[in-house]
Ligand binder design. Structure first.
Ligand SMILES: Nc1ncnc2c1ncn2[C@@H]1O[C@H](COP(=O)(O)OP(=O)(O)O)[C@@H](O)[C@H]1O
Ligand SMILES: [Mg+2]
Length: 355
């Protein structure tokens, strides 16, 4: 049974729909990330789960309890937000102890629990310091310890690392994941950063305009995106416009800037349909030495090439002035602007989307 279950959840503000009939199930101990552009409804989901706002429709269950009409502090939820400031006048230890003191735990119990939490977030040496004496990353670790102090059943994190610079953010992503795993706490995490989502999550829910477009592991979503929006949002992808020239039960032929391709047939298209073919920049071969059966070879002109160490990023121009991005092996560094090259496109790698 899932630990957090959202069913048919909607939230309207006047005429505007912030969340449009969402279903979501988070398993016990899982870290599920809501990923999507600004304004797509991520924070609204967390607020509904936390109980700060009431849904226009639908229900929220934690464990086997329907909490839809329960007050926030009765829901047993810990929270970490980007701007969820620590109490500046309290030491690290007192910040962490706060919710335990509020709940009337015995002093000895509090001392022991705070000690465990300081160990967990690796701040045992900083117990008596004040927030202003800590780095941004250390402050967020205190915020995490404070949020989980009374052992909530659910942890909500809304862009908790958004204020940190890149290097620190990457270190903290691993740190948040380690802490979450050690506690085994079911977590709903929010970010608009796809790399962060891929690094930190068991599963990702891609949101767009108040809806969930796809849920799955990073590898599942990257490999088999359910829509053009998802393909574009998680990872980089080229879209090449094509026209369906014929469709039969076993194959569909399309014509595009890279020539004629034979693809598996898809429902919903007929001869004449305009489609978008999606292919990731690392799925295109530069000067393929051993062309395969399903490969189409097409000429291209190098417009730009950037050496990035492990890959060479190339911008290329195909027929009809179609531009594509290619992530090639370092050997491709031998090509430069203006060079004519050949590219290998595997028909089996193309995803077909509605234009
Ligand atoms: N209190 C509110 N009143 C009116 N509109 C709101 C309110 N809160 C959020 N919205 C709207 O709901 C949509 C989703 O917002 P939000 O959940 O904050 O998005 P995200 O966290 O993904 O950036 C946005 O269009 C936002 O403007
Ligand atoms: Mg938000």
């Amino acid at each position: 049974m899932s630990h957090l279950l959202l069913q048919n959840l909607s939230k309207r503000y006047g005429p505007a729909t912030a969340l449009d009939n969402i279903d979501l199930a988070v398993e016990k101990g899982e870290l599920l990330t809501l990923l999507g552009p600004s304004g797509c409804g991520k924070t609204t989901v967390l607020r509904l789960v936390a109980g700060f706002v009431t849904p226009s429709a639908g229900s929220i269950r934690i464990g086997d309890v329907d909490v839809t009409r329960i007050l926030p502090y009765e829901r047993g939820i810990g929270m970490v937000f980007q701007n969820y400031a620590l109490f500046p006048h309290l030491s690290v230890a007192r910040n962490i102890a706060f919710s335990l003191e509020e709940r009337g735990f015995a002093r000895s119990q509090i001392r022991q629990r705070v000690g465990e939490l300081l160990d967990l977030v690796r701040l045992s040496d900083a117990a008596d310091r004040f927030p202003a004496q800590l780095s941004g990353g250390q402050q967020q670790r205190v915020a995490v310890a404070r949020a989980v102090a009374y052992a909530p059943q659910l942890l909500l994190m809304d862009e908790p690392l958004g204020a940190l610079d890149l290097k620190l953010r990457e270190a903290m992503q691993l740190e948040v994941r380690r802490i979450q795993r050690e506690l085994g706490i079911t977590t709903l995490y929010v970010t608009h950063d796809q790399t962060e989502a891929m690094r930190i999550s068991d599963r990702i829910a891609i949101m767009n305009a108040g809806r969930v477009e796809q849920i799955g592991s990073a590898a599942e979503i990257y490999g088999d995106p359910a829509s053009r929006f998802v393909a574009d949002f998680l990872g980089r992808i080229n879209f090449i416009s094509a026209r369906v020239t014929s469709i039969a039960s076993d194959r569909m032929s399309v014509r595009s800037a890279i020539g004629e391709l034979k693809l598996p047939p898809r429902n919903g298209f007929t001869a004449g349909s305009i489609v978008a073919l999606g292919i990731r920049p690392d799925e295109i071969e530069v000067e393929p030495s051993v062309p395969t059966n399903d490969m189409v070879i097409a000429p291209a002109t190098v417009l730009d090439r950037v050496f990035l160490g492990n890959i060479v990023e190339m911008q290329v121009k195909l027929a009809d002035d179609v531009i594509a991005m290619v992530e090639a092996k370092p050997a491709a560094a031998r090509f430069s602007r203006g060079d004519r090259i050949s590219l290998g496109w595997h028909a089996s790698r193309f995803r077909v989307f509605i234009k």
